[in-house]
Design a protein around this ligand. Structure first.
Ligand code: NI
Length: 160
């Protein structure tokens, strides 16, 4: 297991489309373990494989105290709408307001290739959307309703 470097905006890899995973082998497990470690160290909610420079359709999301692997994830159902604050480990120091569905169902495979579905709301629903977007080279700033001003950013940070 290892902490990998998180690519920052401006790096081409963040704009590319990731490839579907077909081999559920040791290399995939290594990648998932590294994503987990890197996400934990960065204290984020989710991390997508292209963010560590590997163009595979793989994301890891922290749900409660668990890190959940999603291989070849697809959003299959959405409901409602939320407008909330969103950030990205690849775009440090910036926050924006995005419009996302309030409830999202994701279908994916686990690290052994077994299909499963997961439905969640609020922050995790946003993470499902945000991280799967990364697999198609999409960043939240592409469709944010607006980015926070430096003053709002300061207020937000002093509040934490
Ligand atoms: Ni991100």
């Amino acid at each position: 297991m290892a902490i990998r470097e998180i690519m920052k905006m401006g790096d081409d890899v963040l704009r590319k489309k990731s490839r579907k995973v077909t081999a559920f082998d040791h290399r995939l497990h290594q990648l998932l373990d590294d994503l987990r470690d890197t996400l934990e160290q960065a204290d984020g909610v989710g991390l997508a494989s292209p963010q560590v420079g590997i163009l595979k359709r793989v994301i890891v999301i922290r749900i409660g105290d668990q890190f959940v692997d999603f291989v070849n994830p697809e959003i299959i159902r959405t409901e409602g709408e939320q407008r909330e604050l969103e950030g990205c480990l690849s775009i440090p120091g910036k926050w924006g307001i995005t419009k996302r569905p309030s409830k999202v169902t994701i279908r994916a495979q686990d690290r052994n290739g077994k299909f499963f579905e997961k439905t969640d709301e609020g922050l995790i629903a946003r993470a499902f959307c945000h991280e799967t977007d990364h697999l198609d080279g999409v960043l939240y700033i592409d469709h944010a309703l607006r980015l926070l001003t430096p003053e709002e950013l300061e207020r937000e940070q002093s509040g934490n």
